[in-house]
Design a protein around this ligand. Structure first.
Ligand SMILES: Cc1cc2nc3c(=O)[nH]c(=O)nc-3n(C[C@H](O)[C@H](O)[C@H](O)COP(=O)(O)OP(=O)(O)OC[C@H]3O[C@@H](n4cnc5c(N)ncnc54)[C@H](O)[C@@H]3O)c2cc1C
Length: 256
């Protein structure tokens, strides 16, 4: 059980950042993950009064506030239209509607969980994180960074004409993914993001194969990804499934 000594609903990002510099303080997202932990939090930092629960869209990009819930991602018509339902597909298996009404985009991305469908999906897109102190940096750089005490403000996803497909393999519908995979194609380039390895998602960037070469390309790509074993699945199984998902993703995009 987690014990919280003080609770502060902050009125600015500056206040949140300053409070978060103390190691024993903790930013709250939806608390769906945090509450399962143990230990004592000196001050819980609630961002819910900062208006970060938005999804904005203009001609260039989507901007998704850190306090936007997974359910809001799932239901957003602009995201569904632009990414052909890929974002919705990445979250629809996560526990249940009530849960997705609580879990936030900020907690999901900042947590950099190995099993994260959300991270895997956005990694195949031209996505950036906006940090209060660190500014705007590519998501693929952010996931390599050591965890620090910054505040995640929003995610920016560029409208760069990428075609994206998201798929996952699960033992049961609402369980954690055994393997997660997003494939995106933009012109001559292909982006394959593989998550739940069980380590956090990894991004492969390559020249897009022809449709008839998709199987070979997918096997070669899956071979290049480091996988591991845990109680859910073994390394060899994950590699096999990842190859299948990558091939299906390519074929699906090419078949339009
Ligand atoms: C039972 C269960 C099953 C799950 N299954 C899946 C699944 O199948 N697929 C999947 O992708 N995910 C899954 N998740 C993870 C879930 O989707 C969320 O990613 C997770 O709950 C974190 O989101 P949250 O809003 O609850 O964050 P919290 O639990 O509140 O926070 C998580 C961490 O992020 C930090 N944090 C939160 N917001 C910010 C911010 N704005 N800036 C800086 N730091 C911040 C917190 O301090 C904390 O360390 C599961 C979680 C649970 C509990």
């Amino acid at each position: 059980m987690i014990t919280i000594n003080n609770y502060v609903k902050v009125s600015s990002l500056q206040e949140a950042y300053e409070l978060n510099q103390k190691r024993t303080n903790r930013v709250l997202g939806g608390m769906m993950w945090l509450r399962l932990g143990a230990g004592r939090v000196q001050t819980a930092i609630d961002l819910s009064g900062l208006g970060l629960d938005y999804i904005e869209e203009d001609e260039e990009e989507f901007r998704i506030g850190a306090m936007c819930t997974l359910r809001e991602l799932e239901l957003h018509e602009g995201l569904a239209r632009y990414f052909d339902g890929a974002v919705k597909e990445s979250v629809r298996h996560i526990v249940g509607v009530q849960f997705r009404n609580g879990a936030t985009v900020g907690g999901s991305i900042f947590g950099r969980f190995g099993f994260s469908d959300v991270l895997t999906c956005f990694l195949a897109m031209d996505a950036y994180v906006e940090l209060f102190r660190g500014g705007i940096i590519p998501l693929k750089e952010f996931i390599q960074m050591k965890r620090d005490n910054d505040i995640l403000v929003s995610i920016h996803v560029k409208k760069d004409q990428r075609k994206v497909v998201y798929m996952s393999e699960r033992a049961a519908a609402t369980d954690f993914p055994l393997v997660a995979c997003a494939v995106a194609i933009k012109g001559e380039k292909i982006f394959c993001s593989v998550g739940a390895r069980p380590m956090k998602a990894i991004l492969l960037e390559d020249v897009c194969p022809k449709k008839e070469e998709a199987g070979d390309f997918a096997r070669k790509s899956a071979k290049a990804v480091p996988f591991g074993s845990n109680m859910r699945a073994g390394e060899a199984y994950r590699r096999q499934i990842a190859g299948v998902l990558i091939r299906r993703g390519i074929e699906k995009i090419m078949e339009g």
